[in-house]
Design a protein around this ligand. Structure first.
Ligand SMILES: [Zn+2]
Length: 578
């Protein structure tokens, strides 16, 4: 579902957003129960650098074949994580099962697909790739839309806490909504609108399709612009070509659009002009509160043919019961999947994913170990979820959130670990999307004692908070935090930290070279981070407090709704009188 720039936040000393490249095509998991080779290692009770490295070495070894979902590497990965959960003393987390099967649908649209427009009475054809991209996530082999009227809906945002609704007074049933990327604060360059240059949830293209689906539109098209998207048309075109992945619609409670896509800025400008509209003037109008949707003198028809393949993978879930409040839980999460093996490529074609994300999985194993030996034991439960299909669009976490093993209104908070930095000890930690919830207050108290400062990721306009697994929890309302490594290295400061991050992003990120290297890896910074992440959960699970979203958070309303179902206002509007 998340096509352009989804996946892991490169929290690796911050910097680049993880862009999905060469996703591993998952298939049904192998039936045989391959058990990972027994490790002749004595693990320590506490968070330990040596233990962490041992997990990373195993998970990122060539034997695990890059941990591609549906490959023999999946079997090895999930069995290793399961055996470690069991060794640590966790119990199976999914109603007696260690695994949670995650179904997924692979959809490949016919590359010859066109959009047939009628603009002020004249026909116009938009070609897939050059002029537009279009697809569906509803798993249907054919989608037909006939003469759907186009309407420009500004940014396509309904944000109650911002007092902003681009859909106000509009019935979009049967219509195709056309909208701008990013949010008004970004394009107006106005710090008082939304969060200024920092991308909000409403700026994400995924949000725009979800909202259009909630509104009941027939289709949605986003107008591309490079600054607003933070990438050029080529990225959109490449991300939308070939196989696309989504949960089956039946596994996801949220509505889906019949068809969704992007249109180039050039095509949009011309389409609006031929409809007697000035796109630049409309862009300016859309930046102001009170914007009203504008119909185009145009309709859209589409006959979209897809090849559909159904597949599955597995989340691994371990649980530690709380001593006094076992029904309430804190969740630690990391994606185990990576990009697999690419036999068609010469040389080393195993995408080992040592940093991304053997480090995160090793991290939650170490944190689990610390909780299992904690005295006194935690009062609330701990759930450790190694999720799959992150690299295919955050699907394992999306499925978990739709089918949680502890209800979301009993889930106190979530910490996600994705791609931890291995360049050494730092003076700081990164909180991706800093300014979200009170989990950060708890982290700050711990970091202060460790002598570590906290800061946001380096490119807040890129919307990194919306690109890794914790975001699925956030969207559902559960306070969720993604902790990444700092970039102020004790040895060499931020200059060395940024150089290390750039080096990783350029040479190893989503490449076969993302391997464990005993000669260069320094994990003492990771140990500090894991102790901080553990410390947050230790407080939360030995207390009865419920960390809240900060005021103004777009996720606060969802949390309040689930936490007070008796007093919350009814969600559905009153039935219309006949
Ligand atoms: Zn990742």
């Amino acid at each position: 579902m998340q096509r352009t720039l989804p996946t892991c936040v490169a929290a690796v000393l911050v910097l680049a957003a993880c862009q999905r490249q060469q996703p591993a095509p998952p298939a049904a998991p192998a039936a045989s129960a391959t058990t990972a080779a027994a490790t002749p290692v004595t693990f320590h009770d506490a968070i330990d650098a040596g233990d962490f490295v041992e997990h990373v070495k195993t998970l990122s070894s060539d034997a695990f074949e890059g941990r591609g979902p549906g490959t023999p590497g999946e079997e090895k990965s999930v069995q290793y994580i399961k055996s470690q959960f069991a060794r640590i003393g966790l119990k199976p987390g999914n109603n007696g099962d260690w695994f949670q099967t995650v179904p997924m649908v692979e959809t490949t649209a016919d590359p010859g697909t066109t959009l047939q427009l009628t603009v002020d009475g004249k026909p116009r054809t938009l070609k897939m790739g050059d002029d537009m991209v279009v697809g569906t996530t509803n798993g249907k082999p054919e989608v037909t839309i006939k003469d759907s009227p186009l309407v420009f809906v500004g940014y396509g945002v309904d944000a109650p806490e911002q007092h902003w609704n681009d859909y106000a007074g509009l019935d979009v049933k049967g219509k195709t909504v056309v909208m701008l990327v990013n949010d008004p604060g970004f394009h107006a360059n106005d710090p008082s609108l939304f969060e200024g240059k920092r991308m909000t949830y409403y700026g994400r293209w995924t949000y725009k399709f979800e909202e259009a689906a909630r509104q009941g539109a027939a289709a949605a098209l986003i107008i591309h612009d490079t600054p607003g998207a933070s990438y050029g048309w080529e990225v959109v075109k490449n991300s939308w070509s070939g196989a696309q992945y989504a949960l089956p619609a039946s596994s996801d409670p949220n509505p889906r659009l019949p068809a969704e896509g992007w249109i180039t800025g050039e095509q949009a400008t011309s389409l609006f002009a031929d409809s007697g509209l000035d796109l630049d003037a409309l862009r300016a109008a859309a930046n102001k509160r009170g914007f009203k949707p504008v119909p185009l003198k145009a309709t859209l028809s589409l006959d979209l043919k897809n090849t559909i393949v159904e597949k599955q993978s597995r989340n691994v879930i371990g649980r530690l019961d709380g001593s006094t409040h076992p029904d309430e839980a804190m969740v630690y999460m990391a994606h185990w999947d990576h990009l697999g093996k690419h036999p068609d490529e010469p040389g080393d074609n195993i995408y080992n994913g040592a940093v991304d994300n053997a480090t995160g999985v090793a991290g939650i194993l170490e944190i689990a170990e610390a909780f299992a030996h904690q005295q006194p034991p935690p009062q609330r439960s701990l759930v450790f979820v190694a999720v799959t299909l992150e690299e295919s669009g955050l699907l394992g976490s999306q499925y978990y959130v739709a089918h949680p093993v502890v209800p979301l209104d009993k889930t106190v908070g979530v910490i996600n670990l994705d791609a931890l930095g291995v360049a050494g000890k730092t003076h700081d930690l990164t909180v991706v999307g800093m300014g979200s919830s009170q989990l950060e207050d708890l982290l700050k108290g711990i970091a202060d004692k460790q002598g570590l400062s906290l800061h946001a990721e380096s490119r807040p306009e890129a919307g990194s908070y919306f690109r890794s697994d914790h975001f699925n929890f956030a969207k559902a309302g559960v306070p969720a935090m993604d902790i990444g490594s700092g970039n102020d290295l004790v040895q060499g400061g931020t200059t060395a930290g940024e150089a290390a991050a750039n080096d990783y992003n350029e040479h190893r990120y989503h490449k076969p070279g993302d391997q464990y290297d005993a000669a260069t890896w320094k994990v003492d910074g990771v140990v500090d981070l894991l102790n901080a992440a553990y410390g947050v959960g230790k407080i939360v699970t030995s207390d009865s407090q419920w960390p809240q979203w900060y005021p103004g958070s777009p996720f606060k309303a969802a949390r309040e709704l689930m936490m007070s179902p008796k007093i919350a206002p009814a969600k559905a509007p009153a039935p219309a009188t006949p």
